[in-house]
Design a protein. Structure first.
Lengths: 580, 212
């Protein structure tokens, strides 16, 4: 029935916008919108059809067709599946109108598409590179761009077998032991060209002079790279009026290794352990999102027991993440390490379970296409059971008593870093950040994947949108995860954990697929394009940490500089995922 | 219920105090039972279990956490010693591990028999660049001969990474007994499966013979 409704609505959409055409390539879906009609289409879609949430903006290089494509995934915040629309532009003049005025959440994503794929966005307020540095040569995700020490387009490389002529990777490196500068390079004369561009970014002031009676100057301060309580190699450039933040710009890319290019060189299977390294706190849910996307392309599904195991691991990792997030947030608020270590005690016990099932505490690499790597070893199920049923609920209550009514925490976090529901949606914020602003949007409920439609749980929601609510919502979500886990423990059946025989070279039919899960940090999506070859043609990660930072500027403005650090902590970013 | 400023703080401090005291209470309990909580296997097991109260850290390297059977760190190659006392690699240099390896850190050198010109099953050389290895375990998972497995030894730091971090066949080889000792469950399962397959093969052979 739902299928019919969908088709009907789409024809209505086509009537409203006669310029759009259906994407009729095999394995593809959605609409192709002419570039000049894009803004009108997106606005209409938001205002008339309810697709108010622009989740993902992806650039794709179709080299054989001499085209670059921008793929937009739009959703309704009331729930439902995606509406995909695309804009195709010629490769020699790739200009697409920017959607930033309509959806501010497209800001960082369009910058990323410019940076990595080389698509220019007309009307973007601040179109400069975001993950690589200003002055970087070329756009690395274009298909004809080759990295240093390039061997072949796709793995496995032929030199590995049967020749076996070993090369130490560092011998390839012109820097070798990393102590020599390249010829003709003098570090004393080097001027970082990108810096002035960054400072110009925060110079976009609505009011040029001080608002107070005193004639004071506004100054630009670099918070980072590093410190802002060391969530990672992150940097904020802020413009200050006294102690108050007037403008703020996140600067990132210090941990950039072009995960997506590596992903396109890899075979489909090889990408699973690489996804572990994105958000290294939650390798289980990273695996989950990626295998979902590839399974959509392959048209397979895991057996029952594997479905339950997937949910079990995903919920355990959510508890791990939220415990760590709360602990680090308290670090930022000045409660140095005591709460964090209390949280880590429970985290350790869960990581022990991960280690026992997958072989590694953090880099789990446990999910496989249409199955799992292995079944639970003896005794682990009992371990999970006693942990979830006997220990965790009491420990979470302990943490609650420990922190929630603490006067210092309340003073530092209530009413600070407020993000309104409208702003949150417009800035494509996801996960706890979105739900703490009063939008009850959870992918597990809004667009269920796996077997999440079988479980009873509440979508945690809080309404003030401040740091305190973003802390509380994480406690709420841990409790909901425990609820789900109780049902998993009750219902998990015996049986096989892998559909068919495990294969190292899977056949993935040509087409595109977008798999998304509600990761602990928010909607984590994987956009995979296959052309039927062993390596994906395009592999894109919709990283919640990265896109949530779009809203950092809005959250941080007009608060004190000391609050900005805890506001950043309340978003809960992991740089492995932000910088990719 | 009366509320006063600082109540939340005091309650929170109560939790901290409980954590602090738990360590000592637990120590006293262990002492009264005449058991040692530190530097004993039993003590470490307790501190990492869900019964852990108070302190839960271990004092590495004097105390080491036991690793679970599935723990994986750097692959090794298995050899068996045959009746003549010769080492025999299980590896047949089929190259599946090198093909499945995500960071491509495995190099296998296969040779041909000079007389027949056909490939020799045992690899001539086998290299793993452990600087690049990401410990994902895919090679062990997809090896059809159970010839490459993941190790438990995580203390492999060296002074000279330039020379010592490319492991060759000699450095990688371990006897099958070592494998059976670190992964007994897996080993027994694989042996049972192999025995079963062999029995089937023998049965088929016998059936064919009777037909003739």
């Amino acid at each position: 029935m739902s299928e019919e409704v969908l088709v009907e609505q789409k024809t209505e959409l086509e009537e409203r916008f006669p310029e759009i055409s259906r994407d009729e390539r095999k394995g593809y879906a959605g609409f192709i919108v002419p570039a000049e009609k894009l803004v009108e289409f997106a606005t209409g879609l938001r205002d008339e059809f309810g697709y108010d949430f622009l989740s993902s903006v992806t650039g794709v290089d179709y080299l054989p067709e001499e085209k670059l494509e921008v793929v937009y995934h739009a959703y309704k915040t009331t729930g439902g599946s995606e509406l995909v629309y695309k804009v195709q532009v010629p490769r020699d003049n790739p200009v697409v109108p920017s959607l930033t005025p309509v959806f501010p959440g497209a800001n960082l994503q369009e910058r990323e598409a410019w940076d990595l794929v080389g698509i220019r966005f007309d009307g973007h307020p601040n179109l400069k590179r975001v993950l690589t540095w200003e002055g970087f040569e070329g756009h690395p995700l274009q298909k004809d761009w080759q990295e240093p020490f390039y061997e072949e387009d796709g793995k496995p490389f032929k030199s590995r077998w049967p020749g076996g002529d070993v090369i130490r990777s560092e011998d390839n490196n012109p820097f070798n032991k990393n102590v020599d500068y390249p010829e003709g390079f003098d570090p004393a004369l080097w001027e970082p060209v990108g810096e002035s561009a960054v400072y110009a970014g925060v110079g976009r002031l609505d009011h040029a002079v001080s608002e107070t009676a005193l004639s004071t100057d506004q100054i630009v301060v670099n918070l980072g790279p590093q410190h802002p309580s060391t969530h990672g190699v992150f940097r904020m450039v802020v413009r200050l009026e006294g102690e108050t933040v007037v403008d703020l710009e996140p600067v990132m890319g210090y941990l950039h290794r072009n995960h997506e290019k590596i992903g396109e060189r890899n075979t489909f299977l090889m990408n699973i352990p690489f996804t572990d390294r994105l958000d290294y706190f939650n390798s289980m849910s990273n695996n989950f999102g990626y295998v979902l996307a590839v399974e959509k392309l392959m048209g397979t599904k895991p057996p029952e027991r594997a479905e339950y195991l997937r949910v079990m691991m995903a919920e355990l990792t959510r508890i791990v993440n939220h415990l760590a997030a709360i602990g680090f947030l308290l670090n930022d608020l000045g409660a140095f390490f005591t709460p964090l270590l209390y949280a880590f005690e429970e985290r350790e016990l869960i990581l022990d379970i991960f280690e026992a099932v997958s072989g590694s505490r953090m880099m789990c690499n446990y999910y496989r296409f249409a199955g799992m790597a292995r079944d639970l070893p003896d005794g682990v199920f009992e371990q999970v059971k006693s942990l979830v049923l006997d220990r965790l609920p009491a420990k979470i209550d302990d943490l609650d008593t420990f922190l929630t009514n603490n006067e210092i925490i309340r003073a530092r976090s209530i009413g600070v870093g407020v993000l309104t529901a409208e702003d949150a949606i417009a800035h494509s914020a996801v996960g706890p950040v979105l739900r703490a602003s009063g939008v009850p949007y959870d992918v597990r409920r809004a667009d269920p994947y796996g077997i999440y439609n079988r479980f009873e749980f509440d979508v945690a929601v809080r309404y003030h949108g401040d740091i305190y609510d973003r802390y509380l919502i994480r406690l709420d979500e841990i409790r909901q995860s425990i609820r789900i886990l109780e049902q998993v423990i009750r219902d998990i059946p015996e049986g096989p954990i892998q559909e068919g025989k495990p294969q190292y070279q899977v056949r993935v039919p040509a087409g595109e697929a977008y798999g998304r899960v509600e990761g602990p940090k928010g909607e984590l999506g994987f956009y995979v394009v296959s052309n039927g070859k062993p390596n994906p043609w395009r592999y894109h990660v919709r990283a919640p940490s990265f896109i949530n930072l779009t809203a950092l500027g809005v959250m941080g403005k007009n608060y004190k500089i000391a609050d900005v650090v805890s506001i950043l902590g309340s978003i809960d970013i992991v740089l492995g995922e932000t910088d990719r | 219920m009366t509320d006063f400023y600082g109540k939340g703080l005091l309650k929170g401090l109560g939790i901290t105090f409980k954590h602090f005291m738990n360590t000592y209470l637990e120590d006293i309990r262990w002492l009264s039972r005449g058991k040692r909580r530190y530097f004993t296997e039993e003590g470490i097991e307790n501190r990492k279990s869900i019964e852990a109260r108070g302190i839960f850290t271990v004092q590495y390297p004097d105390e080491k956490l036991p690793v679970p059977e599935e723990f994986r760190f750097i692959p090794f190659l298995i050899y068996e010693v045959n009746g003549d006392g010769e080492k025999q690699d299980r590896c047949t240099s089929c190259g599946i591990c090198a093909k499945v390896c995500p960071p491509q850190c495995i190099w296998i050198e296969r040779t041909n028999d000079p007389d027949t010109g056909r490939p020799v099953p045992e690899p001539k050389e086998f290299y793993i660049d452990v600087d690049i290895c990401m410990n994902c375990g895919l090679c062990a998972e997809f090896c059809p001969f159970d010839a490459i497995k993941m190790d438990h030894d995580y203390e492999i730091s060296v002074y000279d990474r330039l020379e010592k971090n490319i492991y060759n066949k000699e450095r990688l080889s371990r006897p099958v007994e070592y494998y059976a000792s670190i992964r007994p469950t897996n080993y027994n399962r694989e042996e049972a499966a192999r025995a079963e397959a062999e029995a089937k093969k023998a049965a088929r052979k016998a059936a064919r013979k009777t037909e003739e």
